[in-house]
Design a protein around this ligand. Structure first.
Ligand SMILES: Cc1cc2nc3c(=O)[nH]c(=O)nc-3n(C[C@H](O)[C@H](O)[C@H](O)COP(=O)(O)OP(=O)(O)OC[C@H]3O[C@@H](n4cnc5c(N)ncnc54)[C@H](O)[C@@H]3O)c2cc1C
Length: 398
């Protein structure tokens, strides 16, 4: 297991390539304790990788974005990207843990000092897990401003009613970052106003005014539906100002997209390495299949797509760290990364022929897992329409 990550007193300063390389090596070493058999068994039983999450937490990786004063390492987004990329490149599935990194930003940017002091040190030690992100609802879909979950202020608390869907890791998290409507949609000037963000302590309410129903999916993602029935949330758990929640969530989405893109690069690297190894070793017609250009070229193409997408991820993370506008780059990184990982997944399965379908090769599992990123956290069409409208100046389509 890796030693606890060093605290370098840098407060989100960009890291040097050598420092990033050191993190990558240490993460790869930690992941070696969690080989394919481990992930296969979890996938079969749809279990949460508790041991893996604990190991990452103890080594300090999941608190890399938490400032040192609250018990984290105070590193920047590039470090978080390097960690998630290496997790995926090792064959693991970081989806069980990645939310803590991108949800954190909302608490860091908009939380009060008291909220940060109360929660961040415990998140850093792993005493509390902040892994649940409650935004999507069944009837609203991508149109977040149409959410129906409400939080109504009563004295020193809010009463929450409604439902979320696809709230991943809710059963394995102590805290949820929740977006709810605090002013009815017909009482606000713009539909994106009147929503607020709360940090919800889920454990005490579970089974009473909060219930969680798992959704079985084609991947092991611990995703759920969450129901709120007069859930009381202390007003002290409102993050930032009431009514500004949509903007807070949007701000956090750039980080989320860049981090997911980094995971896609890791997946693509895994598929390319796996396919290359198999193409060198598998002999048919008396020679390695990799000697055929029909096998070589798709591997080479997938490799090039991965490298190109990685440059966009690097660029987006660098802009983010310099506090520069990065909406276009974050979206492009997510899109190019997810397309590169899907291209590599398809190529890897094809290279393996029938064995690509066999569980023991891990290809079919990673193939299913990486497909998610063309849909979540934002689907392809929505990225394309963002670029069309906000970068190219084409008419707004929705
Ligand atoms: C496994 C999994 C885990 C998830 N985890 C979380 C989580 O932890 N927290 C959370 O809040 N959400 C989560 N999500 C939700 C995810 O972010 C959404 O599924 C995703 O953003 C797409 O929204 P939707 O499913 O409602 O699709 P919809 O909005 O219903 O869209 C369906 C299809 O129509 C397309 N479409 C919609 N509108 C337009 C338009 N105007 N123009 C062109 N095409 C359009 C979309 O691109 C999409 O392909 C998760 C989803 C999955 C599958």
């Amino acid at each position: 297991m890796a030693a606890r990550m060093c605290r370098c007193n840098r407060d989100s300063a960009p890291m040097t390539p050598a420092e990033l390389a050191e993190i990558r090596t240490a993460v790869t070493k930690l992941c070696a304790d969690f080989p394919g058999e481990y992930w296969r068994a979890l996938d079969r039983e749809r279990r949460y990788p508790t041991e893996f999450v604990r190991a990452l937490t103890e080594a300090g990786y999941l608190s890399c974005l938490i400032p040192e004063q609250y018990g984290g390492s105070g590193l920047g987004l590039s470090a978080a990207c390097a960690i998630l990329e290496e997790i995926q490149a090792s064959g693991a599935n970081g989806a069980a843990t990645h939310a803590q990194m991108y949800i954190m930003g909302t608490l860091l940017r908009h939380g009060s000092d008291a909220q940060k002091r109360q929660y961040l040190p415990k998140i850093a030690t792993g005493e509390l897990r902040l892994q649940a992100f409650g935004v999507t609802e069944p009837t609203a879909g991508t149109d977040t401003s149409s959410i129906r979950t409400t939080a109504v202020r009563q004295g020193d608390r809010y009463i929450v009613n409604g439902q979320k869907v696809w709230t991943s890791r809710a059963e394995h998290s102590d805290l949820m970052l929740l977006l709810a409507r605090t002013t009815p949609r017909d009482e606000v000037a713009k539909k994106t106003e009147g929503m607020s963000v709360f940090l919800v302590e889920m454990r005490a309410a579970l089974g009473k005014c909060l219930s969680i129903r798992p959704i079985r999916t084609m991947i092991n993602h611990s995703t759920t539906e969450v129901f709120f029935d007069n859930l009381e949330v202390p007003a002290a758990n409102l993050l930032g100002e009431e009514g500004k929640g949509f903007r807070y969530i949007l701000e956090g989405m750039n980080a989320e997209r860049i981090l997911i893109a980094a995971e896609c690069i890791g997946d693509a690297r895994w598929f390319v390495a796996k396919a290359t190894a198999y193409a060198n070793e598998r002999r048919v017609f008396g020679r390695p299949i990799g000697q055929n250009q029909g096998i070589q070229f798709p591997i080479a193409r997938a490799y090039m797509s991965m490298r190109a997408a990685a440059l966009m991820v690097e660029r987006a993370a660098s802009l983010y760290e310099q506090k520069q506008p990065c909406g276009a780059e974050a979206n492009m990184a997510k899109q190019l990364g997810s397309e590169a990982s899907w291209q590599a997944a398809d190529m890897c399965l094809q290279t393996h022929g029938g064995f690509g379908f066999a569980e023991e090769y891990d290809v079919e599992r990673k193939f299913r897992e990486t497909r998610l990123y063309l849909v979540a956290p934002i689907s392809t069409n929505l990225v394309l329409s963002y670029i069309a409208e906000h970068v190219l100046g084409l008419p707004r389509s929705y």
